[in-house]
Ligand binder design. Structure first.
Ligand SMILES: [Zn+2]
Length: 269
């Protein structure tokens, strides 16, 4: 492949790529507030950085990034842009089915947003899987690198949430000019034990919905949930490198070992 990003190639390059490979990555972000120390585009910048570094390791093509996601509760702060979940699901379906039409049969969705984006993306990929037979999987920074994240983290229980230590560390490493570490804060709310939001804390949990009012209150008018004061660029690089190795391993496995039979190819209409 001449260029890692699909949109930077000519159509003939894509045709040639498809003679060798059938896997493509697709990064999803979000334009949502990330407190006072990280930019609104954090999740989008990170998913694109991750996709690019996996592409360098594996030679896998990357589809154009989807910048916006589903983030209604973050509308509590200026600048956030949220799609309706149905819109995001439709974007997943239409982009994936366009690529499947051309001959891609394995699609790795890179999500930069952790939990809010996941339900609409998962619905989209499940529809595409069932309609077409293509293989689809989501690599989410948190879940594909949970072990290293837990090992590296130095924050107290409840310290991992939103705009916290791990994503801040990754941002400080790659995009220092967009970050203001001196404005990083701690906000570890006291919830009922079943409402613990930190995925590093094991135990019985309820799943609750948030809205702009309660979210603004819970994030103290700052936008942070968790602890960003222990973030640093060195930690961010270590965290990122194991994430890339894990995703690259899975992308290679998909390309080489997963057999796919495409049952149906339709132009999204
Ligand atoms: Zn984020």
């Amino acid at each position: 492949m001449k260029k890692l990003w699909l949109q930077e190639n000519k159509w003939e390059d894509v045709e040639n790529y498809l003679k060798q490979k059938s896997t493509i990555m697709m990064p999803f972000g979000s334009v949502e507030q990330h407190a006072k120390h990280l930019p609104l585009g954090t999740d989008a910048y990170l998913s694109q950085q991750i996709a690019e570094d996996v592409a360098k390791e594996t030679g896998t093509l990357i589809a154009p990034p989807v910048w916006t996601g589903w983030a209604p509760h973050h509308m509590a702060y200026k600048g956030t842009i949220t799609l309706r979940p149905e819109t995001l699901t439709s974007i997943v379906e239409d982009m994936c089915e366009s690529l499947i039409y051309h001959g891609f049969s394995k699609i790795i969705l890179i999500n930069g947003h952790r939990e809010a984006n996941l339900p609409p993306i998962k619905i989209g990929m499940t529809k595409v899987r069932n309609r077409t037979g293509a293989f689809l999987a989501i690599a989410d920074p948190f879940y594909i690198n949970a072990e290293k994240g837990k090992e590296l983290s130095e924050v107290a229980e409840g310290g991992i949430g939103h705009a916290e230590e791990l994503e801040a560390s990754q941002m400080y490493h790659f995009f220092p000019d967009l970050c203001s570490p001196e404005k990083a804060e701690i906000n570890i709310p006291k919830h009922h034990r079943f409402m613990q939001h930190d995925p590093h804390v094991s135990g019985d949990k309820m799943i609750t919905a948030s809205d702009v009012g309660t979210y603004r209150q819970a994030t103290k008018g700052i936008g942070i949930m968790g602890d960003a004061t222990k973030a640093d660029a060195v930690k961010g690089k270590i965290y990122h490198d194991t994430m890339i190795a894990n995703i690259a391993e899975f992308v290679t496995y998909c390309e080489e070992k997963i057999d796919v039979e495409i049952r149906k190819k339709d132009i999204p209409l």
